[in-house]
Design a protein around this ligand. Structure first.
Ligand code: FE2
Length: 327
């Protein structure tokens, strides 16, 4: 297994050098700009400008419907303005997905460096998203956290990434969301001045802020991977297993925006004691049945239902990614 994936599901950021066998696009900035030009509609491009008459700055998004936007973005990069662009290169889950044209090298990197370790760490199914990031001119990407573990392959220019390791209180939570940015920033941050050829591991749920330094375009590709399981998806799957069960979640758990979505992480419980029937480990049953509600399913039946779900999830891939199906 690659050394890189040894840190999956660990709480601290870590810096690596590129493995010797990694191969990347040779003409980096032109390649990145061509990717944005060829996929303008799907790209996200922005510039950070001073607020007129006020302190601070605000973000203006480039119009993705306007073909001239790519020229403005290109000029921004050339003139070291605080521009920033991102574009998904790979979306892959449960054996299905899309790799963008001219991003097959990223698929190669995934296959050689990550695929095996990811499958081993997340055997109940997992997802991968690779994204291209191109920014310049002290552009600041504000502090946020991601739903899955991330590896930032830094390929050109300079970037400072400030990471707040996940505070202990969040590491212990079985059912969690990512809404409490302030609480997640209560740990002592660590700064990484990334140079080309380095890979930064950023744990899922760890807050981080990214600044592109200097006049040269900072180009990176991130690989986010894992299996955070949405509570809403669990609920929908349980309802398909028990006719008329009407299993539901408390109202605060049914929000569907990224940072208010609730998850649990099956990976943390694989191999934990689960009685004699290979059902769901007791600790997870306790936590899940503490929030799942139903007028028709009593607590004994809920335990059985959850254990049946666990056996199903262990025997075939029912993971559909971190975004829940509509229920
Ligand atoms: Fe991020």
């Amino acid at each position: 297994m690659s050394e890189l994936t040894d840190c999956l599901q660990t709480p601290l950021p870590k810096l690596f050098d590129f493995p010797a066998d990694i191969s990347l696009p040779s003409d980096l900035v032109p390649w990145a700009l061509d990717m944005f030009a060829a996929n303008l509609i799907q790209a996200d491009m922005q510039i950070r400008e001073p607020r007129s008459g006020k302190q601070g700055s605000e973000i203006t998004y480039f119009d993705q419907q306007d073909p001239a936007s790519i020229e403005r973005f290109r000029l921004g990069i050339q003139n070291a303005q605080p521009v920033h662009g991102s574009l998904a290169l790979i979306d892959y889950c449960a054996g299905e997905g899309v790799v963008r044209d001219n991003a097959d090298w990223a698929w190669q990197v995934y296959n050689t460096q990550f695929a095996q370790g990811l499958a081993k760490c997340h055997p109940m199914g997992n997802y991968l998203r690779a994204s291209l990031w191109t920014s310049c001119g002290e552009h600041r990407y504000e502090a946020h956290c991601d739903l899955a573990d991330g590896y930032l392959l830094h390929m050109g220019g300079h970037k400072r990434v400030r990471v707040w390791p996940v505070p202990k209180k969040y590491r212990r939570k079985v059912i969690f969301n990512h809404s409490d940015f302030e609480g997640r920033m209560s740990s002592e941050p660590i700064d990484f001045e990334l140079k080309p050829g380095q890979i930064l591991f950023i744990p899922s749920g760890a807050m981080h802020e990214v600044i592109a330094h200097g006049r040269q375009a900072a180009v990176s590709v991130s690989f986010h991977m894992g299996s955070p399981f949405p509570m809403l998806t669990l609920c929908a799957q349980l309802n398909r297993m028990v006719r008329g069960g009407e299993v539901s979640l408390p109202p605060y758990m049914i929000k569907t925006d990224k940072f208010n979505l609730y998850f649990f992480e099956p990976t943390h419980f694989i191999g934990k004691a689960s009685g004699s029937d290979n059902g769901m480990p007791d600790e997870l049953i306790k936590q899940l049945s503490g929030v799942l509600q139903s007028k028709h399913v009593d607590s004994k039946m809920m335990r059985r239902l959850l254990s049946n779900w666990w056996r199903l999830a262990m025997s075939r891939t029912i993971y559909q990614g971190p975004y829940p199906e509509r229920v």
